[in-house]
Structure formats: C-alpha cells, structure tokens
Design a protein around this ligand. Sequence first.
Ligand code: NIG
Ligand code: FE
Length: 408
Amino acid sequence: MDCVLTNIGTLCTPKGKTALRGENQGNILTICDAAIGIRDGIIVYTGPKNELPDFSGARIIDCGGKLVTPGLVDAHTHLVFGGWRQNELSLKLAGVAYLDILKSGGGILRTVEQTRAACENELIERGREFLAEMLGFGVTTCEAKSGYGLCTEDELKQLRVIRTLNESQPIDIAATFMGAHAVPKEYADDRAGYIELILTEMLPAVAREGIAEFCDIFCESAVFTPDESRLILTEAKKHGFTPKIHADEIDPIGGAEIAAEVEAISAEHLIMASDDGIRKMAEKELVAVLLPATSFYLDKPYARARDMVSSNLAVAVATDFNPGSSPSLNIQLAMNLACLKYKLTPAEALTAVTLNGAAAINRANTCGSLEVGKSADMVIWNAPDLDYLFYRYGSNLVDKVIKGGVMV
Ligand code: NIG
Ligand code: FE
C-alpha cells in the first residue's frame, strides 16, 4: 500500500457503481474507527482499522477521529464564461423576472458577449481559479458545460478550455456541449436557422474534435421548446453524445417527459416537473440533477425531491455554478439546502453529491463511493459525523481533500 488513512472517526459512503434510488438512496455504509488503504491512486481497502492488511512502508495520514466521505461530485456547472452579471441583482430586486432579463438581451446573452470577447487563455486562467475554489469545498469531479459561445467557433473555444483545464489541475471534468443554451442575438429573427446551425455545423464539429461527452439543452418557455429539444438531442445521439436536458426549471412544459423519451442520462432543475414526468424518468432510470442553490438565488420553489425519492427516481444535487442564476461554487451550501428545503436526510443528500452525481455524468464506475477498485478521491471533514456536516452551514468544513490518492 502506498498510503493509508487511519484513525477515521466515521467513514460514510454510498455503495455501488450505479445511482441509488428510492429507499436505497439513503442506504449508506457507516464504519466507525475505520481505515482506507490506497495503492497507485486506487482504493485497495476500506473497513475497520483493526482489520487493515499489512501496510508497512505506506505513508500514514492520521484523520484524527474525523469524518471521511467520498470526494464530492458537482454534476452540473457552467464553469467557463467571461465577466459577471452583478447588474442583474438590482433588476431582480426591482422585480424583473429571470426570463424577462434574457428576453431583453441580458442574462445568458450578456454572458455570451463577454465570453466571445475573452480569449482562450483568459478563460483558462479564470477556470483554474474557479476549480481551485471548488476543490477547496471538497469537489474532486465535476461537469462543465459550454453554452456561452452560441456560434461554432466560440462553443469550440469553451470546450477546448474545458479540455485544457481537465488536463492541468486535479479535478476530473466531464464536458458537455450546450450550444442550445439560448438563441443568439444574430439569429433573433431566425430561430430555425440557429437550430439548423446546431444540427448541421456545431454537433458535427464538436463530435469531430471529440471534446464533449454530453449534449445539453435549455428546454424552457421562450428558450427551446420540447419539440426542438427532442430534435436536437436525437440528432446529438447520432453523433455519439449522451443527452442531458435543463427541464421544467421555470415553467412546466414537459421537459422531464422529453428526457425520458430521448433516454437522456439525466434531467436538470425539474422544479416544475409533472408527476408523469417524474414517473417516466424513474422508469427509464435517469438521474434527476437538482439545483437547490438556483431555487434559492432565483427565489423559486424547490424541486419535489421527496416525491422523486418515493417514486424511485435517483436524485443528485449540484451547484449549477453560473454567472446568472447561481453565482456560487459552494456545493456545501447546496448540501445544506438539500436537507433543509428538499427534506433529504443527510445520508440521502450524501449520495446525491457523490455516487448519484457521478452516475449523472457516467463516472459511477470509477468514483462517487469509497470502495475497493475506485479512485481514491475523498474528503476529510472538520466534522465528527455526517449529521454535523449537514447541520452546520456557512462555513467551509473541509479539512483535507485527497484526489487519486494524493493530498491536494
Ligand atoms: O442552469 N437555466 C439555464 N442555464 C443556467 C443559467 C445560465 C445563466 O443565467 O447564465 C441555469 O440556471
Ligand atoms: Fe444549468
């Protein structure tokens, strides 16, 4: 063994290589007085410390009786963008709705202008800073979307930035192409033309470069319709992308149903998802990626997480980090909200930000739980047990982050 974490007061982890749903979502493994053995960045032992096999010569990390969990997985971020949108705060306070800001050329379209104006190196430097902050909050794997370029060249630019970031800092990043995030200004009077551009130019170009695994779309009133979403995601599948969909965030327009129909890996937001949509997603074993920090920031209702769990739909929780509806990288805040507003138990919420997050980005066979054969990604917390981690809020409770067996 290269490295041993010993004197773990409480080890908490979900188990398995697939998303946990229904009753299983809260069915986690808890071991007191535990140890973890690591070789070549992979977990080779987890269990009671008095049953640890021979580890002579290994580096010892004494966890001082603290809580250890898997590294967190932030399965939904809009990580790469230029500028910020602090001007929208006073608009919001004056009662202007999020979609009205977008309709008037602000919102996502404002960030598109600033992202187009930024060069690749600038975006890489910003992304690196964001990722360092995420790592500090305990995130060891994340997803990152394009969607602020909205033309072939600038969408490719964002995705290349994501590729460079993935190769040059500790967090593993799963890349998502989201050319269908909004209709850009130059196509304001020709949305069919923009959709044609996505279908005939962007999807083939992104597929050719091999720089995105997923394809996402903002299916929402005044953005992309369910029919347009079906069309784009179906075409995306032909190019080898796995579909994702921003569904039923603000208006209930049947996005969850489309997610199930196109057999997406996940649907996101789902604040207004219908019972039928939830049922269909559960039947097809999708993951519901819920974004409570966005509900908080937009002052919207919270997704019906309890109904989803009782409908046997796997729930993941992520930050939705972006410059408009969720300008925070703090996944621990999303975890607190998952308990307080979704009424998930600490055990269910832990699964939501580890194994189920990993499943939502097709990484559940390599991370998301502390089990033999998985990557040694874990967090040592300034917390004695899991309840404490979800009970405290507003402080960063991370003590140490370990990624692939290395303290980072
Ligand atoms: O997931 N809903 C669409 N996209 C982002 C917001 C992007 C923005 O406002 O810049 C979201 O909330
Ligand atoms: Fe989003």
